[in-house]
Design a protein around this ligand. Structure first.
Ligand SMILES: [Zn+2]
Length: 446
């Protein structure tokens, strides 16, 4: 009996750190508050938080007790800071990041180890100001376990929406590549060819817990084969797999570099195109027509280009060639997309770039011609809309989760301000920022 009580006490102590006890109130004094990135910022505001939720926003600096229930509230002083909704990265691979021995890792790393890496990389992402990520393509069991543990409050981390395995054709971007049959005998559950198999591959991800579907509409830069960056699945297969996902209420993200693949995906009704490297005016018009989002991932292009040109043996020759070709054109694609009015959701491809360097994407977007405000919209309101979580995050509003970040300067005036948040709260949990964070600027030390 004693033993049972002791164990229960331990359990509740560990839960307490993640999912606060009932009715813990906090009052955040915000010097400048950008509650909704589409609207004007307001000065001297109070955000009243109970547990993981925003209860109310009031003008002026409210003191404990002035609002019912808040007598014991803790005041968080951000009177010198710029406060806004937690950022959202619409394209991450949380379970790993680039290491030179990729081939060895592909056949030795366990799901269990990947889950633990994902926890650490999630924390780095959170400390960079990102309270939500959409993970697109990963070891299914590992990413779902991490997501569920965070959602249940067992551990702290960014809110994760996950696709499970990416859907890819045999030999396509996402199907390993270059290994002997006896080392990689069975393709993962996302590998499929033709309409019937691909519908099944989509439904299999959903069966095990996918929040959305990711598929590869074209070749990819980091697949270890010289298979280009053009369309890989046929038009017919893309229509089938997108319909299968939509029929079960899941949105679909398509990895696409080449123009043919983007056009096929957009015509098939895809919800977002990831990368979009060879986007031109014709493709941009099609985006506007279908209402799909572009997730630009400029930092991924920038990173692989730098690695390929500065570290000759890091990539195989096939990969290096694609990296040098695709890297430089991505910013131009974003420039065209933005000018044409394509909807843009912030996303990095983190895992290609190191986790925690996610904010540098904003600097590159700014260099590609996007004004600061549009970048903030892309990383909050738009990304929440794309992921389908506008009801719970993306703005600071009563009833939404307390996903709140703050900065020392004003990112509407200087986008570099985003590189290092001064305060991060994820679903009511204050994140300790007093730990070493990666060097983001000057970028990057490769
Ligand atoms: Zn990716």
């Amino acid at each position: 009996m004693l033993r049972t009580i002791f164990c229960l006490a331990l359990l509740s102590a560990s839960f307490h750190t993640a999912a606060q006890s009932a009715n813990e109130w906090k009052i955040i004094h915000a010097g400048t508050l950008l509650a909704d990135a589409r609207e004007e910022a307001r000065s001297e505001q109070s955000i009243i938080v109970r547990n993981n939720q925003i209860i109310e926003i009031r003008d002026g600096y409210v003191q404990p007790g002035q609002v019912s229930g808040t007598a014991n509230a803790r005041v968080i002083d951000l009177r010198d800071d710029f406060v806004m909704a937690g950022l959202i990265d619409s394209h991450t691979h949380l379970l790993g990041q680039q290491e030179p021995n990729r081939r060895e890792i592909a056949v030795t790393r366990t799901s269990e180890f990947s889950t633990l890496m994902g926890y650490e990389f999630g924390m780095r992402t959170l400390r960079a100001g990102f309270t939500t990520v959409r993970n697109v393509g990963a070891d299914r069991n590992a990413i779902f376990a991490l997501r569920d543990a965070i959602n249940q409050g067992l551990i702290i981390g960014p809110r994760i929406r996950a696709s499970g395995q990416g859907i890819t054709p045999t030999g396509g971007h996402g199907d390993g590549g270059g290994f002997r049959d006896d080392i990689f005998p069975h393709p993962h559950s996302g590998v499929c060819d033709g309409v019937t198999e691909c519908r099944k591959a989509v439904r299999t991800q959903i069966k095990y817990g996918a929040d959305h579907i990711k598929y590869v509409a074209t070749g990819g830069v980091l697949s270890m084969t010289a298979t280009g960056t053009e369309q890989q699945f046929t038009d017919e297969t893309q229509v089938a797999l997108i319909q299968a996902a939509h029929a079960m209420g899941r949105k679909v993200a398509a990895h696409a570099h080449g123009k043919t693949g983007m056009i096929a995906a957009l015509r098939a009704g895809v919800d977002s195109i990831e990368h979009g490297s060879y986007l031109d005016e014709e493709v941009a018009d099609l985006f506007v027509q279908t209402g799909a989002y572009l997730v630009p991932t400029l930092i991924a292009g920038h990173t692989v280009e730098r690695i390929a040109s500065e570290r000759p043996n890091f990539y195989t020759p096939e990969v290096a060639q694609k990296a040098l070709e695709v890297g430089p054109i991505m910013r131009n694609a974003l420039r065209i997309a933005h000018e044409k009015g394509v909807k843009i959701a912030f996303g990095t491809d983190a895992g290609v770039n190191d986790h925690g360097t996610n904010p540098y994407e904003a600097v590159l977007m700014h260099q590609a011609g996007m004004p600061e405000r549009d970048i903030l919209i892309s990383a909050t309101v738009n990304a929440a809309d794309l992921i389908g979580i506008s009801e719970i995050t993306g703005t600071i509003e009563s009833g939404k989760d307390a996903d709140i970040v703050a900065y020392d300067g004003n990112p509407l005036e200087d986008i570099n301000t985003l590189l290092y948040p001064s305060f991060v709260m994820a679903r009511g949990n204050e994140i300790d920022l007093d730990v070493p964070r990666p060097d983001i600027f000057p970028w990057p030390d490769i």
